[in-house]
Ligand binder design. Structure first.
Ligand SMILES: *Cc1c(COP(=O)(O)O)cnc(C)c1O
Length: 395
């Protein structure tokens, strides 16, 4: 059989062909009217994609660079901050805030679960300067309650800024950034927007801009104020990732085109797409008799699955790659061998999903030898979810 490589990984994700063409053709200098037109257009599109009236900035780095920028721009040494940590990326917030001299209070929940709002309420102190969290914790496939935390900040009259790592949340989760009062939300190019790694974007509220005037941590390349000033003139402060920006424009055009040219509607459509695929995948693996790692608050970005007792999850990763060239991911860090993860964010459709589930059935039959397995079990469960959600409910 021919084998066609397909990524089912939570970043990098599959590339949109139109974005690849746009990147290959992006032979323009960044201090020209041509680039300024592109840059301004993409920044405007990003506002619609994020769903905010706040400024959205682009940065030439991976997502972690924008995470670092939000810490260095918004905090001062000695600041009390609160980190809501549900996995590896939550742990990154802890390390980053410590690196900039903050004193983080940390709510750390076991891998596979999310924190409760009562825990957050109890940990939020009058002098908490900022809350750092993930919208979706990619390492465990958990969805955290951004809306709940945002409401809690408002309810309690807290002055804490809310900084959300939405790197796999954007494009897979419905947000109302301005109504909820999310001060910063961060996205990355290699996730739902279907282009290669190397570009981060973030929205910044007026409250966050005001806080930046008083924060004392050092910053130079990642000085958001300088980036904002340049963006107003249609430029970036330093040499931008021209090709990635052209690719991003093409990807956002595609997302809009899937909803009659309306990018906000396209974003909703992309989120519903991920939700449907995730629901299909959850139904499929459960029909195989496998257990979800995060059954209580599953993300739409990625699904994490426990292998059968006594089996290393790497076996499933290896079989899918070896036989079908389907690339999924193992657990991160100490979760390696314990779970396998399948992504749904970005450029995945019904056909990709059904094909992967079909391949997973062969792994269940021939490699895992799951008791009671017969062909069609997982596919039937997934088909039913699709029929209910899309054909009947029209999502
Ligand atoms: C991918 C990812 C990041 C960013 O990682 P980079 O390698 O710096 O792009 C951060 N947070 C989450 C939740 C992610 O999924």
């Amino acid at each position: 059989m021919l084998r066609k490589t397909r990524l089912f990984t939570p970043g990098p994700t599959p590339l949109l062909p139109a974005a690849q063409f746009a990147m290959a053709a992006a032979d323009i200098h960044h201090r020209t009217p041509e680039f300024r037109a592109l840059y301004q257009r993409v920044l405007e599109q990003l506002k619609a994609f994020v769903g905010t009236q706040n400024d959205v900035l682009l940065m030439a780095c991976s997502g972690t660079g924008a995470m670092e920028a939000s810490v260095s721009n918004l905090t001062s040494p000695g600041d009390r901050v609160l980190v809501l940590s549900a996995g590896k990326f939550g742990e990154r917030w802890v390390a980053l805030t410590k690196a900039y001299g903050c004193n983080p209070d940390v709510i750390k929940v076991p891998y596979g679960s999310t924190f409760s709002l009562d825990e957050v309420r109890a940990a939020l102190k009058p002098d908490t300067r900022a809350i750092f969290m993930q919208a979706t914790e990619t390492s465990t496939a958990v969805r955290n309650d951004v809306e709940g935390v945002a409401k809690l900040i408002k309810e309690t009259g807290s002055e804490a800024l809310l900084v959300v790592d939405g790197i796999t949340g954007l494009g897979t989760t419905h947000f109302d950034i301005d109504a909820w009062g999310v001060d910063v939300i961060i996205g990355g190019s290699q996730k739902a927007v279907m282009i290669p790694p190397g570009l981060a974007y973030l929205s910044v509220s007026e409250r966050a801009w005001a806080a930046m005037e008083h924060s004392k941590n050092p910053r130079y390349y990642f000085d958001l104020r300088r980036e904002r000033k340049s963006a107003k003139a249609g430029e970036s402060a330093y040499t931008p990732s021209v090709a990635l920006i052209a690719g991003l424009g093409a990807a956002l055009d595609y997302i809009a085109s899937q909803a009659g040219g309306d990018l906000a509607a396209g974003r909703e459509n992309l989120v519903n797409n991920a939700e449907t695929i995730a629901a299909m995948m959850r139904a499929a693996v459960q029909a195989l008799g496998l257990k979800l790692f995060a059954p209580d608050s599953p993300a739409a970005a990625v699904t994490a699955v426990l292998p059968p007792e006594g089996v290393d999850s790497g076996v499933v990763v290896k079989e899918l790659k070896g036989r079908f060239a389907a690339v999924i991911t193992n657990g991160q860090g100490e979760m390696k061998g314990q779970i396998f993860r399948i992504a749904h964010l970005g450029f995945f459709d019904y056909m990709d999903t059904i094909a992967l589930i079909g391949a997973l059935e062969h792994v269940a039959m021939h490699t895992l030898k799951l008791p009671g397995f017969t062909y069609g079990k997982a596919l039937t469960a997934a088909q039913q979810v699709f029929a209910d959600r899309v054909l009947t409910a029209g999502k």
